[in-house]
Design a protein around this ligand. Structure first.
Ligand code: GLY
Ligand code: MN
Ligand code: MN
Length: 484
C-alpha cells in the first residue's frame, strides 16, 4: 500500500493521507464509554481489551485489516497491535505500535504512544512491546481480571504468564487476582443500545447502501435491455463502486448477488452466474462505514417487471415484513416481529397452495407444526451495529431464569425457551423475512426456484421504529418505476 504525502504539509505532518487511524472527532464519546465500563468493573477490577490480530493471506500479503469491535468501541483507535487496559478506578492505559520510520514507509503512519493520550484521551500510553513487562504490575493487587472470553486466540495463555509473574511476588506482599470474568457481558449490554453518535453513523451507512442497491438495480435493467451479458459480478461491482465512492471502508459482509435459483442458497456469494431476462435477482449487501455495518436485501426482476408468480410471492413477503415492522416497538419482545412474519407468511402459503390445507390444517396448526419452515428457514432479524450480526443477548436479562421446555415439532430437539429480549429505544435490528421455493413434488411449478428476501434496518424509537434503509424502495410499483 502506498503512502501519499500532502506536498504542502510534507512528510511527518498530521496531514499525511491514509493515517492516522483514529477517530479524532469525538474522543469524549470513547472516554465516556470507558468510564461507564470502569464503573462496572468493581473497585479491584481490571479489564484487558486487545484489538484484532492482522491476518496473512499468503506470504507477506495480508487480509484487509479490521479492528476488533470491542476495542474500537472503547478507543476509537483502528491501528493493529494494540491493547487497552482499564481499571475500576477509571484509569485507562493504551499499548500501541511505537513510531517506526521504516515500518511507517511500508504500512502507514502510526499514532504512537507519545501522541495517544492527547489524541485518544487515555491516561497513559506505552509501546506494545512493553506489554509483557508492564502487565504484571498492572495486575498486581487487583481482585478480578475482566477480558472477552473465547474471542482472542492465545489471550488466556498470555494472561496466565502475567499472573504467574504476579504470584512470584506474593512473598513480597503482592496480591494476585482471584477471579476472572467475561468482559463481553457488560460490553454487549452497552453496545446493544446505540448512542446518538452511533446512530448518526448507522443512518449514513444505510443511506450509502440503499444508494448502492438502487445503482445495481438500474444497472441490471439497463444491461438486460441493451441485450448485454449480465453477470452477478457486474452488479457486485456497482455495489462496491457506490460504497467506496461515498467513503465506506469495505462491505460489512460478503455481498450476496444471486440470480434466479441461486437466491434459494441462503449464504450464496456474488459469483459469475448469468442474470437472465425474466429471473429475479436477490441482492443482500451493506457497507461498513466508520466501524458500523448496514445490511439491506432487495429482490427485483432482472428486466424491471415482476411476473405474476414472482409478484404474488413478493407481495406476500412484503406484507409479512410490514407486519414485523408494526411489531417492532419499545416494550415488544425481540421475537414478536418474527411471530408476526410467520403468521402472515403461513397464511399466504396456504392461500397460494404452497402449503396443503388437507395436510397442514388450519393456520394455527401449520404454525405449530412449523410447516412454513420448508420455505422460510431463518429468523426475521438480528441485532445490527459494529458487527453485522451484532452482539447483545436475545434473552431478557432479568428473566433469564424463567425456562420452559418443549420439543421442536420437526427435529424433536429439546428446546429451552427463555423470555425474549424486550425492545428499547436505541436498539437496532434487521427485519428480513423471505421465502425460498426449491423444486419439489406437490409445490406449484410456477413458484419453483423463486427466492425472495426483503431486509431493512430498524432503529427502535420511543413510538415504534425508524427504518433507516428505505433509501431504496420496496413496493412493487416503485421498484418497477425505478428500473424503467
Ligand atoms: N447479510 C447477513 C444477514 O442478512 O444476516
Ligand atoms: Mn443481509
Ligand atoms: Mn441481516
Amino acid at each position: 500500500m502506498a503512502l501519499v504525502f500532502d506536498d504542502a504539509a510534507g512528510p511527518g505532518s498530521r496531514q499525511e493521507r491514509g493515517a492516522p487511524q483514529y477517530d479524532s472527532r469525538m474522543p469524549t464519546i470513547y472516554a465516556q464509554r470507558r468510564a461507564r465500563l470502569a464503573a462496572q468493573l468493581g473497585e479491584g477490577g481490571i479489564a484487558l481489551v486487545p484489538t484484532a490480530p492482522e491476518r496473512l493471506r499468503n506470504r507477506d500479503s495480508g487480509h484487509l485489516y479490521r479492528h476488533d469491535s470491542y476495542f474500537y468501541y472503547l478507543s476509537g483507535f483502528a491501528e493493529p497491535n494494540a491493547w487497552l487496559v482499564l481499571t475500576g478506578d477509571g484509569r485507562s492505559v493504551l499499548f500501541c505500535q511505537p513510531k517506526d520510520a521504516e515500518r511507517e514507509i511500508w504500512d502507514g503512519i502510526r499514532l504512537g504512544p507519545e501522541a495517544a493520550p492527547t489524541a485518544l484521551g487515555v491516561d497513559e500510553a506505552h509501546p506494545v512491546d512493553e506489554l509483557d513487562q508492564r502487565l504484571p504490575a498492572l495486575l498486581e493487587n487487583k481482585t478480578t481480571v475482566w477480558y472477552p472470553f473465547a474471542t482472542h486466540a492465545g489471550l488466556e495463555g498470555r494472561l496466565d504468564g502475567w499472573l504467574q509473574k504476579v504470584r512470584a511476588r506474593v512473598r513480597y506482599g503482592a496480591l494476585a487476582p482471584g477471579a476472572q470474568r467475561d468482559l463481553c457481558g457488560p460490553l454487549d449490554e452497552m453496545r446493544l443500545v446505540k448512542d446518538a453518535h452511533e446512530l448518526d453513523i448507522m443512518r449514513r451507512a444505510a443511506r450509502i447502501s440503499a444508494g448502492a442497491h438502487v445503482r445495481a438495480m438500474q444497472c441490471c435493467a439497463r444491461m438486460i435491455r441493451a441485450g448485454e451479458d449480465v453477470r452477478e459480478y457486474h452488479l457486485d461491482a456497482e455495489l462496491l463502486h457506490e460504497f467506496r465512492q461515498h467513503g465506506s471502508q469495505a462491505p460489512a459482509y460478503g455481498s450476496i448477488v444471486a440470480a434466479g435459483a441461486n437466491a434459494c442458497v441462503l449464504h450464496y456469494r456474488a459469483d459469475a452466474a448469468p442474470i437472465r431476462d425474466g429471473e429475479l435477482v436477490l441482492i443482500d449487501a451493506g457497507c461498513e462505514l466508520d466501524g458500523y455495518a448496514s445490511d439491506i436485501t432487495r429482490t427485483f426482476p432482472a428486466n424491471g417487471k415482476f411476473s405474476g408468480p414472482q409478484r404474488a410471492l413478493y407481495e406476500l413477503v412484503l406484507a409479512s415484513q410490514q407486519a414485523a415492522i408494526d411489531a417492532t416497538k419499545p416494550g415488544a419482545r425481540f421475537t414478536d416481529p418474527h411471530e408476526a412474519t410467520v403468521k402472515v407468511l403461513t397464511q399466504g402459503l396456504l392461500d397460494l397452495g404452497l402449503l396443503d390445507r388437507q395436510r397442514h390444517g388450519t393456520l394455527d396448526d401449520a404454525i405449530a407444526d412449523r410447516a412454513y419452515f420448508a420455505y422460510y428457514m431463518h429468523r426475521t432479524g438480528h441485532w445490527l451495529g459494529m458487527d453485522v450480526h451484532d452482539c447483545g443477548s436475545y434473552v431478557e436479562p432479568s428473566e433469564v431464569g424463567q425456562v420452559s421446555e418443549r420439543r421442536d415439532p420437526l427435529s424433536d430437539e429439546l428446546i429451552r425457551d427463555r423470555p425474549s429480549r424486550i425492545l428499547r429505544p436505541g436498539m437496532v435490528l434487521t427485519i428480513e423475512p423471505g421465502l425460498y421455493v426449491r423444486p419439489s413434488e406437490g409445490v406449484p411449478k410456477e413458484f419453483w426456484n423463486i427466492g425472495i428476501r426483503i431486509e431493512d434496518d430498524a432503529v427502535v424509537t420511543e413510538g415504534g421504529c425508524e427504518l433507516i434503509s428505505r433509501g431504496v424502495p420496496v413496493a412493487v410499483d416503485e421498484i418497477e418505476a425505478l428500473m424503467r
